[in-house]
Design a binder for this molecule. Sequence first.
Ligand code: HEC
Ligand code: HEC
Length: 343
Amino acid sequence: MKRAVLFLALAAAALFTVAATTPKGLESGAFDWRLPAGVAPPPVPADNPMSAAKVELGRRLFYEADLSIDGTMSCATCHEQKRGFTDSNRTRPGVHGDPGRRNIMTLAGVGYFRTLTWADRRETGLERQVRVPLFGQTPVEMGMAGQEAELARRLSQDACYRQMFRDAFPEADGRIDVETVSKALAAFQRTLLAFDTPYDRGVMSAQARAGERLFRSRRLGCAGCHAGPHFTDAATSDDAYHRLPGAASADRGLAESTGRDADTGRFRTPGLRNVAASAPYLHDGSAATLPDAIARHYAPGDRAAPSPADTARLGAFLEALTDEGFLRDPRHALPRTACGRPL
Ligand code: HEC
Ligand code: HEC
């Protein structure tokens, strides 16, 4: 009893200290991640510290169609918030109509992943990955290759953008270029955190709880690859690439960038938060539903595949990984104002 009282007193003192120091900490650049207790924030590169001003700028840029050559396509055209930052198509063409090659990926928790995209080990950071949709040629998405100066010119014409870049990058005198655009987009994406799900709150249905037991069972081994709080080994490993026996396609996968035959058909394990909102599935969008996606982990006729009843339980568990608030959170949505004026 005495010990409990002492503990409470210590806890209160600790709380008081935190409360007394936090405002100062925030001023000096600490960032309010609004994470649940016990969840660590994603790693942040030393040369791109978080700030509220940078995140606000990154959010506006994420919804900015001027980031595409003909002004018709923003990041959000393909990454729609209400679908867990994906769209509902198998693939989606870029500005010039080049057919998309791969299914659009969800972005919840993307700041934790050590490698990005379906099958390219070289994509190791959000700042760098921004160049793929902006400048990529295979396929062309936003079509800005060779248009770096044009990108800076467009944004610089807007007085509010000039102000937002100054607030976000005081150390660079508010410079507007590909580097600062990429840094702001990366900072915004690090705030895409979806930890308020029935699973996290411990309020899953009996069906979903049975699904979680199967998911973690040695027999099915889902959690071996879809590991940890983000449900992917990509948060802890640089080698989170696997070949699913039932998901073969003409796409060479990891082998395309490594040139090694052994990497043919290997793709990075996707995270599963908000997966129920992000159909269709797999690197080529060829699985229309969660049961389809689960079935494609096994060769046809493989007796180790889960039964229809177990697949339904697994599906109920995967549905309990949806953060409904995240899909509607105004902090991640199209901004309605900038610099105090309606956009
Ligand atoms: C034309 C549609 C399209 C547009 C526009 C687009 N993306 Fe994507 N995005 C994709 C596709 C497709 C993938 C998977 C690409 C691959 O693996 O080859 C992807 C993957 C990603 C990933 C990797 C996620 C992960 O888990 O590894 C990030 C991050 C990302 N996009 C951010 C952005 C940002 C930021 C923008 C705007 C600058 C953007 N995207 C614009 C289609 C698009
Ligand atoms: C060997 C590693 C591994 C295991 C084990 C595994 N997965 Fe996967 N999972 C992957 C990879 C890799 C992909 C993407 C494959 C592709 O696109 O070709 C994937 C894709 C998925 C998808 C589609 C997600 C999306 O956004 O497209 C779901 C759902 C899924 N897995 C659920 C499960 C379930 C349930 C189990 C257990 C029955 C399981 N996985 C076991 C590696 C694994």
